[in-house]
Each structure stands twice: as C-alpha cells, then as structure tokens.
Design a protein. Structure first.
Length: 98
C-alpha cells in the first residue's frame, strides 16, 4: 500500500485523529463515538455508503470517525482500502501541522 500504510498503521493514525478531535471538543472518545461524523453527519457505525448492483462500494465516507465502530464486509473493505487510508494520512498530517 504505497503511501497509505497497512491497516495497523491506519488504525493508529485514525486513533490520533479521533483523540485530537475529542480533545478539541473537550469530550472523551466514548462521547465522540456517539457524536455524528464531521464529514457525513452519520453515526460512527453507520457511515454513508452506496453500493452498485453487485454490492460493491462506489462511494462513501472514509472519515476516521467511522473507525470508532466495527464494520464488516464491503463497508469494512471500503473504509480500509488504500485510498481511504491515504486520505486519513493527509488529514492527520494537516492536523499535526496546525
């Protein structure tokens, strides 16, 4: 996975993003998990996701907020694909540069 890393690194990256967001809001990670995603405004366990007729993901939210919940199947594949990991890497890099 060029530039995106592997899932273990992405989970650590997502945890940092979520910790920064929780700290900025003055809430715990548990409270953050109950809040809506800042990108798609949906709960952590119900990310925006649209599949084609074969059930393959064609668009959806890949915000780190959704890594606070467990996903399986095509939704998990969508959330952890290399392109999604690269987006979260860019978000973390941006947050750390502030």
């Amino acid at each position: 996975m060029a530039n995106g890393g592997n899932r273990k690194h992405d989970e650590a990256r997502s945890a940092k993003i979520n910790a920064i967001r929780a700290n900025a809001r003055g809430i715990s990670l548990e409270q953050l998990a109950l809040a809506s995603c800042p990108t798609c405004c949906r709960p952590a366990g119900d990310a925006y996701f649209r599949a084609d007729a074969r059930g393959h993901g064609v668009e959806g939210c890949v915000d780190a907020h959704h890594t606070l919940a467990h996903h399986v199947g095509e939704r998990a594949s969508w959330l952890y694909r290399p392109e999604a990991q690269m987006i979260r890497k860019a978000v973390l890099d941006s947050l750390l540069s502030l």
